[in-house]
Ligand binder design. Structure first.
Ligand SMILES: Cc1cc2nc3c(=O)[nH]c(=O)nc-3n(C[C@H](O)[C@H](O)[C@H](O)COP(=O)(O)OP(=O)(O)OC[C@H]3O[C@@H](n4cnc5c(N)ncnc54)[C@H](O)[C@@H]3O)c2cc1C
Length: 334
């Protein structure tokens, strides 16, 4: 049973969001002896690093892979490979101006994307399935209340939901922030992504590594979860629509969206679809991240916002942002 947790007497941190940003922050703080409580509204951890089962098939339905552009993240990936939760999936080859071919690895979770957040969450104090609805500061501590009526407090706090959801939480809590910071946060725009999970009647015609990316049309990519090894027994594909299609059709009814996406998909995969589910990611990826790796909204008690909207885009940026926010919190205690 969930209990109210008050960490206010210790150097401690409340982290809203158990995606990669929140979990990286939580691990770093715990490693340094700080008491941490991570809260997430979803039933499990991982946020957009998501895997879902429906009927007899399994799908990665948020991010499909991630890249690395820094030695720091490459070192994290090497650790995850050693832990057996990540592997290189495929490589993109590009031709550079200085007449070299450059190949960049795409990494996947092993066996599925949620393996990474699940391992990162091991040993952490995570309470999932309860939305934080209000945040306030009192007695030099941050306090939150949740949909289920719980109350938690700690001496610092990091907010890692997609920025529009963080802004909603701040507004509902009547927390005012410096206008330049508020404007910067309001300028951060995410692309939606309509995602179709489809169970196929036979093995789809797709490349051997199971991924097909598009430059034109309404499809961004099709991924084969069976070839990826996530859905070993059942042919199952994940179809991501483009940002433009997803924006136009975000509120269109399911049947129409699915018909439009399958009209383009079926001639490619050359097999039928026996059942499907449509998922609407309102915030899939940030278009232009904020240049800072996190923002500190308040000092004493310290409040920061972090996540993939800061620094570098995607999983790498979110992980880095969580880590940098944690380091700032550590400095605030010393
Ligand atoms: C369809 C799709 C395709 C993508 N493709 C790629 C790609 O190719 N490469 C790449 O690197 N990245 C990709 N991404 C983006 C990548 O998944 C994200 O950048 C990264 O996972 C973000 O991590 P995060 O921790 O910042 O946020 P999230 O994973 O969104 O975590 C935030 C968490 O906060 C929780 N939360 C929100 N509000 C509250 C509240 N009030 N109370 C409690 N909890 C709350 C949410 O439930 C969520 O778990 C893709 C994402 C999607 C959806």
């Amino acid at each position: 049973m969930a209990i109210d947790i008050s960490l206010e007497r210790e150097p401690s941190c409340l982290i809203v969001g158990a995606g990669i940003a929140g979990l990286m922050a939580a691990r770093e703080l715990s490693r340094k002896g700080i008491q941490v409580l991570v809260l997430d509204k979803a039933r499990g951890v991982g946020g957009r690093m998501a895997t879902r089962r429906f009927e007899d098939a399994v799908f990665d339905h948020g991010t499909q892979y991630f890249t690395s552009s820094s030695p720091w993240f490459q070192a994290r990936i090497a650790e995850w490979i050693d832990d057996g939760i990540t592997e290189e999936w495929f490589r993109i080859r590009t031709y550079e101006m200085d007449a070299r071919f450059v190949s960049a690895a795409r990494y996947r979770g092993k066996p599925a994307m949620t393996s990474i957040p699940k391992l990162l969450a091991t040993g952490l104090n995570v309470q999932a399935g309860d939305r934080v609805t209000r945040l306030w500061s009192e007695n030099n501590c941050w306090h939150v209340s949740t949909e289920q009526g719980l109350h938690h407090s700690a001496s610092t706090c990091i907010l890692t939901p997609p920025v529009p959801q963080t802004l909603e939480l701040l507004a509902a809590s009547e927390i005012e922030i410096e206008s330049s910071m508020e404007e910067a946060l309001m300028d951060l725009v995410y692309e939606p992504c309509l995602t179709l999970l489809a169970i196929c009647e036979a093995t789809p015609t797709l490349p051997e590594d199971g991924v097909l990316e598009f430059e034109r049309g309404n499809l961004r990519r099709i991924m084969d979860n069976q070839r990826k090894g996530i859905s070993p027994d059942v042919p199952a594909i994940t179809i991501h629509a483009t940002g433009a299609f997803s924006t136009i059709h975000f509120s269109t009814d399911d049947e129409t969206v699915v018909r439009l996406l399958l009209e383009e998909t079926l001639p490619i995969i050359r097999c039928g679809v026996r059942s499907w589910q449509l998922h609407r990611w309102r915030y899939s990826q940030i278009l232009t991240p904020h240049p800072a790796s996190f923002l500190q909204l308040y000092d004493r008690p310290t409040l920061a916002v972090a996540g993939d909207a800061f620094g570098v885009n995607g999983v790498e940026g979110a992980a880095r942002s969580g880590m940098e926010a944690a380091n700032m919190i550590l400095r605030s205690f010393s």
